[in-house]
Design a protein around this ligand. Structure first.
Ligand SMILES: [Ca+2]
Ligand SMILES: [Ca+2]
Ligand SMILES: [Ca+2]
Ligand SMILES: [Ca+2]
Length: 751
């Protein structure tokens, strides 16, 4: 029955957005486009929505609830964008505490969640979609549809409980457990925490609690603020059940990073595996996924891991976010910012693949958003439900910690927010190879940084910072980044196997071969060695840079300007950000040949088109290559921004060896240009043969002469004309072309 309702749900939600989705997948890789980004902190959802409606902020961190959606959807002051989000809301279960340590007991609870009522009455077919697995159907190739499912049925729950010894063995209305030796134990009252600051999670908790009590499971149900819930569920682990939320995720690695048994460490606060799932078969499969040499192996292992997970239900997945997020259509009336008033907000990016979050409030919006058509100006105001807690790039726990650090520190790579493919960031290119680790193939990753990267204090950012970061994240036992660095060869020694042959190159040797290795290095925020080498890795919380100086030396789009804890963070555009822009950027768009076959000693014209996709008029130099040889360098090509310039080069083939030549044009990078991959274009080949051999079969014969004769008297535009037939390249086919061919009649190129 759950399967049927979920099918219905996906149909509903598909239709839900057809009228409002903008579907734009455009974004720019430079910025920020505002002078300031301000995070303004509100204590709860209602007050941040109020701030959005009153124009105090331009957007907020949370999706719209159903009522707010209905209020804003026809209001011209707001733009609504549909939300696609790979996050997960679940009931965390403490697998260390009885009776939730009993997996039959957990299975019974999984049958006590009234999924359909929750979807229709609480989410109201709007604010989320139901999940039947920790990896759900939208994960497509990663999803295992055959994993155990749990439908709502208190009678099934009671049957499972009875089979495991939980029944009403005495006169009171609650269940007891009869041990195999016939001793009867009272059930403890389950400590159940629900989040008060999130109305949806609060409602979910209310529903489940009522169903638990209805079948005789005693609870101590507490609806509490985030800080209390976190203390119980993530620090002291004094809970049985908790309405948890996690993600969004860019890939399924969290199955390993969160739930491998080695991360179940109750003696350490904030351990990732806070439900204490410990299962050797699961560990086997998540290791096979994490250390898979190819994607097919990773997918298979991921599905096997899901099967174990959903059989064991260490937690109960319930729903993921859907619905929409909103931003203000126009710049607000803030004193001192009159030049921007009422200009439309442009450049909001609706991310699907999260940098930190999904929807209109991810990294790319903070980089791209700008009022009207201004190149850079104004303040972008972003409402938060809570403050960040850990102001350093190493111990990043909450999503607000991530929001803040993400604007301050750059990573080596980024993910395209729509396709999920890696794009160059601090690293302009990378190579993935294998190396021999004790007889096994393991991953060797070489990353090449862009030139002239700088920290916000003007110091150079180079390969030694990257090597330092990897070691430091390990030594600091960073909760977010430890899994990214732990398999680097020798990371637990003073000399990890990381090479920095020059200032821009870093080579990382892992002890495993994994399809994910690029994401491990690519997603780790790089920290400045010259700052953090003076701070003991285990003291980042109490002796970190921010604690001692009140600021952070960073490399992202923004730096900290000022702050008032619990109220706001004001970030200022970082002029040292390597993509501060506006960009100088040209691209080679076409290498067009008139002739594909040219008689040696004659001319062939080649048209090279260069587009200026930057913000400044540029003077380009174009270099043309035939195979590996440079045949021309053309300086002084002016290309106005927003336009293209086509330059014709006439190649004199005198003295060129017979054969095929691949043509490649390369527009030399202009000063300040970062995106250089598009400066090169290879387009087809040109054949240099005997003059008169117009069909290129290495033999001048009667059919060549005939072909020229049939085009006699033609010029470009005439259907008879062919550039290969115009031997002397004067745009006219006449007796001179026939004569040139006739002079070589019968000639061949010896094989
Ligand atoms: Ca009883
Ligand atoms: Ca370029
Ligand atoms: Ca021929
Ligand atoms: Ca001619």
């Amino acid at each position: 029955m759950l399967v049927i309702s979920m099918l219905l749900i996906s149909v509903l939600s598909f239709n839900f957005f057809t009228s409002e989705a903008s579907g734009s997948t455009e974004y720019e890789k430079w910025g920020p486009r505002v002078d300031y980004l301000q995070f303004i902190i509100y204590s709860n959802y209602e007050s941040e929505v109020q701030a959005l409606r009153n124009g105090l902020v331009d957007f907020i961190d949370w999706p719209l609830d159903y009522d707010t959606y209905n209020l804003l959807k026809t209001d011209p002051d707001f733009v609504l964008e549909p939300l696609t989000m790979y996050d997960c809301y679940d009931i965390d279960i403490n697998n260390l505490r009885w009776p939730t340590s009993d997996y039959q007991f957990r299975k019974a609870i999984a049958h006590l969640i009234n999924y359909e009522d929750f979807y229709t009455l609480v989410l109201r077919a709007y604010a989320g979609e139901m999940m039947d697995n920790i990896i759900w159907s939208e994960w497509a190739k990663w999803y295992n549809p055959d994993a155990t499912k749990y439908w709502y049925d208190p009678y099934t729950a009671l049957d499972i409980l009875a089979a495991a010894g939980y029944e009403n063995w005495d006169g009171d209305p609650q269940l007891e457990w009869k041990a195999p030796n016939a001793t009867i134990y009272e059930l403890p009252s389950l400590e159940f925490y629900a989040r008060q600051d999130d109305p949806i999670r609060n409602a979910l908790g209310d529903m489940i609690n009522a169903d638990l009590n209805a079948i005789g499971i005693p609870t101590t149900y507490v609806v509490a603020q985030r800080s209390i819930c976190w203390q119980k569920a993530y620090q002291k682990y004094e809970y049985h059940l908790y309405t948890a939320g996690m993600g969004p995720f860019p890939d399924p690695q969290f199955l390993y990073d969160y739930y491998h048994s080695k991360y179940a460490t109750p003696e350490i606060a904030w351990c990732m595996n806070n439900v204490f799932f410990m299962n050797a078969t699961y560990d086997y499969w998540v290791e096979a996924m994490k250390f898979a040499p190819d994607e097919a192996t990773a997918i298979n292992a991921c599905k096997e891991a899901q099967a174990v997970f959903m059989d064991q239900v260490p937690l109960i997945p319930v729903y993921y976010s859907a619905g929409s997020k909103a931003y203000r259509a126009n710049y607000g009336h803030h004193g001192g910012e009159e030049p921007y008033w009422d200009r439309p907000w442009n450049g909001f990016v609706n991310s699907i693949i999260p940098t930190i979050d999904s929807g209109i409030n991810d990294y790319w919006t903070c980089l791209n958003a700008h009022p009207g058509d201004v190149t850079r100006g104004g303040v972008l105001r972003y409402g938060w439900m809570s403050d960040a807690d850990h102001i350093n790039p190493i111990t990043v726990y909450s999503i607000w910690d991530s929001y803040l650090q993400d604007e301050l520190y750059s990573t080596l790579l980024m993910l395209d927010p729509f396709t999920g493919f890696f794009i160059p960031w601090l690293a302009k290119e990378w190579t993935i190879e294998t190396w021999d680790y004790g007889g096994d193939n393991a991953t060797k990753l070489t990353l090449e940084l862009y030139d002239n990267l700088k920290w916000s204090d003007g110091q150079p950012l180079n390969s030694s910072d990257v090597a330092f970061t990897m070691k430091y994240m390990y030594d600091a036992n960073s909760p977010s980044y430890y899994p990214y660095v732990e398999t680097i060869d020798g990371i637990d020694t003073l000399t990890p196997h990381i090479e920095t042959p020059d200032a821009n190159t870093v080579v990382i040797y892992y002890t495993v071969q994994s399809v994910w290795a690029l994401s491990w290095a690519g997603d780790t925020p790089i920290i400045p060695k010259h700052i953090w080498e003076a701070i003991a890795p285990r003291q980042v919380e109490n002796k970190g840079e921010f604690v001692t100086t009140g600021n952070l030396t960073c490399s992202g789009p923004y730096v900290i300007d000022s702050y008032l804890r619990g109220q706001y963070w004001l970030l200022r555009a970082n002029p040292y950000f390597f993509r501060y822009g506006p960009p100088h950027d040209i691209a080679t768009r076409d290498v067009a040949k008139q002739k594909t076959i040219v008689g040696r000693g004659n001319n062939a014209r080649i048209n090279i088109t260069v587009e200026n996709i930057g913000y400044f008029t540029e003077t380009a130099t174009i270099e043309l290559f035939a195979n590996a040889s440079s045949i021309a360098t053309i300086p002084g090509v002016t290309v106005t921004n927003g336009t293209s310039t086509t330059t014709t080069y006439t190649w004199d083939t005198e003295g060129v060896a017979y054969g095929n030549y691949s043509l490649r044009a390369y527009a030399w990078p202009v000063i300040g240009e970062i995106e250089t991959a598009d400066n090169t274009l290879t387009n087809g080949w040109i054949y240099v043969g005997i003059t008169g051999d117009v069909d290129g079969n290495d033999f001048v014969e009667v059919k060549d002469l005939l072909a020229i004769a049939l085009a006699y008297g033609s010029s470009p535009g005439d259907p008879k004309f062919g550039p290969n037939l115009d031997i002397n390249d004067d745009d006219f086919i006449d007796v001179k072309d026939i004569l040139a061919a006739a002079l070589n009649y019968g000639q061949t190129i010896p094989p």
